[in-house]
Ligand binder design. Structure first.
Ligand SMILES: [Zn+2]
Length: 291
């Protein structure tokens, strides 16, 4: 994996001699030294000192900053996206997994070991569906990409009234994009299903907002493009559930879309935005807008 990452970086270094730093967003918990622990989708990785292993492959003295992938996407939204006007917000990314980050005072809030903000593993049903993390009822176990496809297939059952039935019969995976397309074309099963997912998402977000006194949630990642059929029910659900002190709670779709991770990783290297790699030029926990 690191060699493939390096093969993406090398041509850029060659083409742009003025590159000042390298930033990476990776799945898994990233500690203060930039070590990545147990990324769920990189089989065989346990704890990997990414910066140390990458440097000899790249043969560079440039600062290399490493951060969790949801965290860098949140950082980009804080500086150049939907969170620009806000010092504090919750970021949620809906994809294969459900990642998250709390932006506190303009910087990534990392918790004790760098693993903070994992809203995907907030349970909305303590006896609910089993999650890969070992718990039950985690929001990821419903709206994580593959979980959602499996759940849609289960709920669809033998129903002939939904266009999704024939897609499933033809061997297609019921990915969120297909469910959304069905909802847009008026399929009532798809609309109800997405509304239910949105309701659960809103419940998880409301719990996090109540816990941390957050007034804004920004939802990004591929599944967030499911649009009104998921997002509107999530917004309604969270507004119905937050404490009265958070009555102005809002939910927005991320502005930077798929580029958020790239922009956020680049921002890490600037050193003014909470990058915490010891080899980097900057200091931690400064707010946005410094550079
Ligand atoms: Zn979980």
């Amino acid at each position: 994996v690191l060699r493939r990452i390096a093969s993406g970086i090398e041509p850029l270094l060659g083409a742009h001699p003025d590159v000042a730093s390298i930033g990476l967003g990776l799945p898994g918990v990233v500690n203060d030294r930039g070590d990545v622990s147990y990324p769920p989708n990189f089989r065989g990785w346990e704890v990997v000192a990414v910066e140390q292993e990458l440097r000899p492959i790249l043969r560079t003295d440039l600062p290399i900053a490493v951060e969790n992938d949801a965290n860098v996407a949140a950082l980009a939204e804080a500086h150049a996206g939907s969170g620009r006007e806000h010092r504090h917000f919750l970021f949620i990314t809906l994809g294969t997994g459900v990642g998250g980050c709390i932006i506190h005072d303009g910087a990534i809030w990392r918790g004790a070991t760098g693993g903070a903000g994992e809203i995907g593993h907030v349970s909305v049903d303590f006896n609910g569906r089993p999650c890969n993390c070992g718990s039950r009822g985690c929001i990821e176990a419903y709206i994580g990409h593959r979980y959602m496809s499996t759940l849609a297939l289960e709920r669809l059952g033998d129903s002939r009234s939904s266009s999704l039935r024939s897609l499933a019969d033809s061997g297609r995976e019921l990915e969120p994009k297909l469910i959304n397309e069905a909802a847009e074309s008026g399929d009532s099963f798809a609309r109800e299903f997405l509304a239910d997912m949105g309701d659960m998402l809103g419940a998880a977000i409301a719990s996090a907002m109540n816990l941390c006194d957050l007034h804004l949630a920004i939802v990004g990642g591929g599944t967030s493009r499911a649009g009104q059929y998921l997002i509107e029910p999530a917004r309604r659900s969270l507004r119905a559930r937050v404490l009265r002190s958070i009555a102005d709670a809002d939910l927005r779709v991320a502005h930077l879309s798929n580029d958020a991770g790239i922009i956020g990783a680049a921002l890490l290297g600037l050193g003014s935005v909470g990058a915490r790699n010891t080899t980097g030029p900057g200091t931690r926990d400064q707010g946005p807008g410094k550079k």
